[in-house]
Design a protein around this ligand. Structure first.
Ligand SMILES: Cc1cc2nc3c(=O)[nH]c(=O)nc-3n(C[C@H](O)[C@H](O)[C@H](O)COP(=O)(O)OP(=O)(O)OC[C@H]3O[C@@H](n4cnc5c(N)ncnc54)[C@H](O)[C@@H]3O)c2cc1C
Length: 535
């Protein structure tokens, strides 16, 4: 059993920011755990487009208005205001001044602000089309320079330690639910440890991997959401899952994002037979229709005609040299899997991209459980409402990472005499009697079944019949997987599978319950006003 002042689960932009801000007091000990062997592996690492800054003719009010418009009436104005006011200054302080990230600039040295869909100003800072990679590299390097931050890799959090649930004292029942750390699985030694902390921060990122098609890397399976849910934390807006219209649909490179800028430069969507179709869905905007309209149109074509993908044709729109210089990474990645985008179309599918809902937190990242904070994509601060404005998620991780750290510093100062539970008070993980190793075929098969259910029944176009079927099938799977979990030795895959089915149920129940189409939640059986129709 290990004790620490602050336990941070996850080291993407949110977890890393919180760790760095907490580590400013050299006497404070911070433990950061990640299930990955490489601490930089996270959703943050794959962010392409950039992070919101403050453009030349920009101000916080304009950014706030853009966030609220994108959120389709479901964003919290107070949260959007915090992001818009504090974000750009923190970006300068933490990412540029402390972590040394060198965002692209113009020859005169001023920042090169990019523009993205639904932003009223040019305000996106970027490092080529690998912004996330540059940010994560800078943050991890900065963490490694702090002797009071310990990063444990290959360590998968299994469950939160909460009182009264894990208390041996029957009188704890009458106390409010309180978090004291987490049980975590050492993937190399295959042992389970207790990490006891004054404050625990969940920064475990998104959950795109519970869908068959996703832009998210394998670790994005909603572990933090499932852990918080099992502990009784309040989860909100879980029906709002944002889909990206175009990711590569080639074996071995699935999920690689094909930026919307490709359509911006004139690429057109085609059926596998070479027929255009966007004019049927958006006569006015065609291929340049908003992200959710394009994603649903592609999905509709695939479902109706049984296509496994559609095509994105750029070669006939731009000359080869321009394609190579404008989209170097996309060109290189496609080339690796045998597609020359200067000569042939790109097979694409829409994909689950970003989770707008999450663990409900306040302006300091506090969840509804005492001493438990949630930050980044797994939390719901209210900023994103029903649909996220592009490039605001990295900034949200930064702002709430900083805010959670500030709140913890203040709280720890007041409660330094509060004693952590001792070894005898928190039961060790009990694996006695479990002899069988988890069958990887079952884990993989069950995971694929969940991904297919979510893709077909709780994906881009939802209705009550599909979602009711999903709930019946997911409940059955939940029972099977829970039995599997309780009778088998623990593994990272089994932990993820158990979380994935739980998260799938949370999303489906929220989506079935919410009968109104809004933002990223589209119901075919919603009662909609004429102006809200998607076609
Ligand atoms: C392809 C792609 C492009 C994107 N482009 C942009 C963009 O241009 N701009 C923008 O603002 N946003 C973008 N996003 C979204 C953005 O990257 C994420 O929302 C953001 O990075 C999430 O940060 P995070 O710190 O919350 O989580 P992550 O960066 O995902 O970090 C999660 C951490 O938790 C760890 N973890 C998970 N489960 C466990 C467990 N059980 N135990 C221990 N550790 C665990 C992981 O290993 C990881 O360290 C993009 C996302 C993707 C996938």
């Amino acid at each position: 059993m290990e004790q620490t002042e602050v336990l941070i689960i996850g080291c993407g932009i949110a977890g890393a920011t919180a760790a760095l801000q907490l580590a400013r007091d050299p006497a404070r000990k911070i433990l950061v755990i990640t299930r990955e062997p490489d601490p930089s592996e996270s959703n943050s690492n794959y962010a392409q487009g950039g992070i919101v800054g403050r453009g030349a003719d920009d101000n916080p009010e304009l950014l706030e208005m853009d966030i609220l418009a994108a959120g389709a009436g479901a964003s919290s104005p107070a949260a959007a205001r915090i992001l818009a006011r504090e974000g750009p200054a923190l970006l300068q302080k933490i990412l540029i001044d402390s972590a040394g990230i060198d965002f692209d600039s113009r020859p005169g040295g001023e920042p090169e602000y990019g523009r993205e869909a639904a932003h009223s100003r040019r305000r996106i800072l970027h490092v080529g089309d690998g912004t996330g990679h540059a940010i994560v590299a800078g943050l991890i390097a900065a963490m490694r320079r702090c002797p009071n931050i310990t990063i444990l890799t290959n360590t998968t959090a299994v469950d939160l330690i909460t009182y009264p649930h894990h208390s041996r004292d029957p009188l704890a029942t009458y106390q409010p639910v309180m978090c004291h750390g987490a049980y975590a699985f050492d993937r190399k030694a295959r042992t389970i440890h207790r990490y006891i902390s004054h404050a625990t921060i969940l920064a475990t990122g998104g959950l795109g991997r519970i869908y068959r098609n996703t832009s998210n890397p394998p670790g994005a399976r909603g572990d933090g959401l499932a852990m918080a849910h099992r502990s009784g934390a309040r989860i909100v807006n879980a029906e709002y899952v944002q889909f990206h219209p175009t990711t590569l649909a080639v074996p071995g490179a699935e999920g690689f994002l094909i930026s919307e800028a490709v359509r911006g430069e004139g690429a057109v969507l085609l059926t596998p037979q070479g027929r255009t179709f966007m004019e049927e869905y958006s006569p006015q905007w065609k291929d340049l229709a908003p992200r959710d309209v394009v994603a649903r149109a592609i999905h509709h074509q695939m479902e109706t005609f049984g296509y496994s993908h559609v095509l994105l044709e750029l070669a006939t729109q731009l000359d080869a040299e321009t394609i190579r210089s404008r989209f170097p990474n996309i060109y290189a990645r496609c080339q690796q899997v045998g597609i020359d985008i200067t000569r042939e179309p790109i097979p694409v599918v829409p994909a689950a991209h970003y989770f707008c809902g999450g663990i409900l937190v306040d302006e300091w990242g506090r969840s509804t459980i005492k001493n438990l904070y949630a930050i980044g994509e797994i939390s719901c601060t209210g900023v994103h409402g029903a649909n996220r404005l592009a490039s605001t998620s990295l900034l949200e991780g930064l702002v709430w990472g900083d805010r959670a750290a500030r709140h913890i510093v203040k709280t720890l100062r007041k409660t330094t005499r509060e004693i952590l539970p001792g070894r005898e008070e928190i039961p060790p993980w009990d694996e006695s009697g479990l002899l069988a190793d988890a069958d990887s075929a079952l884990i993989q098969g069950d995971m694929q079944t969940i991904q297919n259910i979510m893709w077909h029944y709780v994906g881009l176009a939802r209705n009550a019949e599909r979602m009711s079927r999903a709930i019946r099938e997911l409940r059955h799977m939940w029972n099977e997987i829970e039995t599997f979990y309780r009778t088998t030795k623990l593994s990272d895959g089994l932990i993820g599978l158990r979380n994935a089915v739980e998260v799938a149920l949370i999303i489906t129940q929220a989506a079935l319950h919410n009968r109104q189409s809004r933002g990223s939640h589209y119901r075919e059986d919603s009662v909609v006003e004429e102006g809200d129709r998607w076609i």
